[in-house]
Design a protein around this ligand. Structure first.
Ligand code: HEC
Length: 362
């Protein structure tokens, strides 16, 4: 039978005057149902309804230095994998890059009780329209990410060509959740060649999650992007796409996307591009290391020009404990003859801004 440690009780009594009325000394918390346990052990910081005092009253009512989250918010609730919440309740906030004021309950509560509490918290914000965060597999360099995200990326791209100057692009990319299943995005891509500024591409996009299943680990989305040049002579384009993900157990995932690049004003108006990717997932709490390989194929639809394809080995990693900042690096090798380039270096730096400031949680 596990009992509360004296230090936890003293700590809790100190956090909120209401708790002084609860005699926890001889209660085995593991016998309480999750909602009751929440009231005794969690509500003084998370609020009696799990909303964490969204009116800002947490400043007066608690001794917290960061606002506790609103567990009834379906967006917040859907984004956090259940396993992470179980981990935070067991080990406390610190190993997850969260506030050290979130205590560890692994000593006081059984593993089953912790899971029950985490599931209870999930039920507060449950809304089946929102795709669950478990399906937000790490972004690959070519396949379009199916999960609707709120994140900012800095994407770099360099093409090394035989006997010609290297081309460099750096994209600023901003994606924002919009409702339960949608996302809009904006990309700005300046392009340099031999240190002269050649072009500026602007792209706006929209994505919608079509269907998903958490138990079968898949998510399918569709989207449309429009790209045009503010500087440079490239034609404008419309790009409808379908993209999906299928998890294979805990440690692997398959990515696939199919995109039509439609350039009404160019000689080759329609190009089909498909991407197949395999990814391994090595997780340590919220931190992740994910090596992957993609096969990218491209074919012009009208002329029946030969298939162009390439292989892209790559690595994705999240250095901070909170897992909200990630880095990816990869190389593209052309597999067809007469490729116009030797190889391309690709990479991005990613920040999920809903998870907090860039510099916190390392
Ligand atoms: C002394 C105050 C305090 C108590 C008691 C407390 N928490 Fe927390 N908890 C926090 C704070 C503060 C955060 C937010 C940490 C952050 O955002 O950096 C948090 C975060 C969490 C999170 C992670 C949410 C996320 O951002 O992913 C979970 C899950 C959670 N608490 C569950 C519980 C449960 C269950 C209990 C009771 C068994 C509990 N907490 C008791 C202060 C507390």
């Amino acid at each position: 039978m596990r009992k509360w440690g004296i230090s936890v009780i003293v700590f809790l009594l100190g956090t909120h005057p209401l708790l002084a009325q609860v005699d926890t000394t001889e209660v085995d918390l593991n016998h309480l149902p999750a909602p009751r346990l929440f009231q005794i052990a969690c509500a003084q910081c998370h609020g009696p309804d799990g909303r964490g005092y969204p009116d800002g009253a947490w400043r007066e009512l608690t001794a917290l230095r960061v606002p506790p989250p609103d567990f009834t918010d379906p967006l917040f609730s859907s984004l956090e994998p259940l396993a992470d919440w179980i981990g935070v309740i067991r080990e406390g906030g610190k190993p997850y890059g969260l506030s050290i004021q979130m205590p560890a309950f692994g000593e006081a509560l059984s593993e089953e009780k912790i899971r029950e509490l985490a599931e209870y918290l999930k039920s507060l914000g449950a809304d089946p329209r929102y795709p669950p965060g478990e399906l937000a597999y790490p972004r690959l360099l070519n396949a379009t990410k199916p999960f609707p995200e709120s994140e900012a990326l800095w994407i770099v791209w360099q093409e090394n060509r035989p006997h010609r100057p290297t081309i460099r692009k750096a994209t600023l990319y901003w994606a924002q959740r919009w409702g339960p299943r949608r996302q809009w995005e904006l990309k700005l891509t300046p392009e340099w060649s031999a240190s002269s500024y050649e072009a500026l591409e602007v792209e706006v996009g929209f994505k919608q999650a079509l269907a998903h299943s958490l138990s079968a680990q898949w998510l399918l989305s569709a989207g449309l992007e429009a790209a045009f040049y503010l500087k440079g002579n490239e034609p404008w384009s419309l790009q409808p796409y379908l993209t999906g993900i299928k998890g294979l157990g805990e440690r692997a995932a398959l990515h696939a996307s199919l995109r039509l690049l439609y350039e009404p004003t160019s000689e080759e108006p329609a190009l089909l591009r498909w991407v197949l990717g395999g990814q391994l997932l090595m997780a340590n709490r919220a931190r992740l290391l994910a090596p992957a390989i993609e096969w990218v194929g491209e074919r012009a639809l009208a002329s029946g020009a030969p298939l162009h394809h390439r292989l892209v080995p790559q690595l994705f990693l999240t250095p901070p404990r909170r897992g909200h900042v990630a880095l990816a690096l990869g190389v593209e090798f052309p597999l067809h003859r007469q490729a116009s380039y030797r190889y391309r270096l690709r990479g991005f730096l990613l920040w999920e801004f809903l998870e907090g400031p860039f510099w916190e949680g390392w």
